[in-house]
Write a protein that binds this ligand. Sequence first.
Ligand code: TXA
Ligand code: MG
Length: 334
Amino acid sequence: MSVPLPVDVSPEEITRGAELLREGRLVAFPTETVYGLGADASSPAALRRLYDVKRRPADHPVIVHVASADALSDWSAAVPDGARVLAAAHWPGPLTLVVRRAATVLDEVTGGRDTVAVRVPDQPVALALLRAFGGGVAAPSANRFGRVSPTTAAAVRADLGDDVDLVLDGGPCRVGVESTIVDWSGDEPVIRREGGVARDEIEALLGAPVAVRTGETGGAAAPGTLASHYAPRARVILAVDDADAVRQAGDAVAHSARAGVLGVHLGADLPAGVVVLASPATTDEYARVLYGALRAADDAGLDVVVAVPPDARGLGAAVADRLRRAAAPRADGT
Ligand code: TXA
Ligand code: MG
């Protein structure tokens, strides 16, 4: 089955990307969620380089990207039937499954855990690269540790510069927030990160409620679950509704801060000087524009971003989660 590639990525570039991966180098590629920074998941040297460039602590695990669900058994020791149901329904797609790892999976991938995270992305360039490479590609989001995930090739280049050997440009990401992580390494499934597949879709498929438990993965906290993560340099303040956003933005401006706002259909009655970063019409659009808006706040040198989280249904849960983390106090006290 061959999927047409977006016009801006040639078959030669895909071949080049696969060659670079085989040489242990780093290739950034689009997925439907965010851009990933790819490395050969079976090469310790490539994985060390990946961690260096990400500036990520070595005990934080990465997701292995594969071309099809058939590859899941190469990486895992045991796959529960329910996990297979989720994979059949959502792969390729914004779902990551955490299962017990196969003995051959490197500690550099799992951060020393006895589990591994696997996903099949739903993006033609990503799938073409994975097929051309043939093996698993470890790929965290293509940003420096703790910063906002990139949803365009330009954002990857701005963040990583020459530290990445090739950036495949597949245009803006369709979903805009990361994959949903379902951990099925124990007896019951647990959602470790809300993302591109809504919790109610997962519960409907399984016919049972599924707990959301972020921040407990055994061992070190997973990066996407750290309180302060996905954060721009600007301070992020959450508003309860549009009127609150207008008031908070007004307060910021009154204290000579440069302020921006972000929220569904926001825009009316804003104090003079306040920048509208994005005013998405729907929750799905909110997810798509979220990280670009946070980056734009930094590019514009804003001090404060006042955001109204969307309704927590569908993708709204993931957007609200990322905004909460962006607004959490930073380790450096800012
Ligand atoms: O949408 C996505 O998942 C994107 C694209 C590039 O595929 N990738 C992504 O990777 O968000 P990253 O590294 O930024 O986040 C991976 C998350 C982290 O929270 C990590 O802790 C968790 O997956 N994770 C990876 N392996 C795990 C494991 N064995 N057990 C629990 N969590 C794991
Ligand atoms: Mg990330």
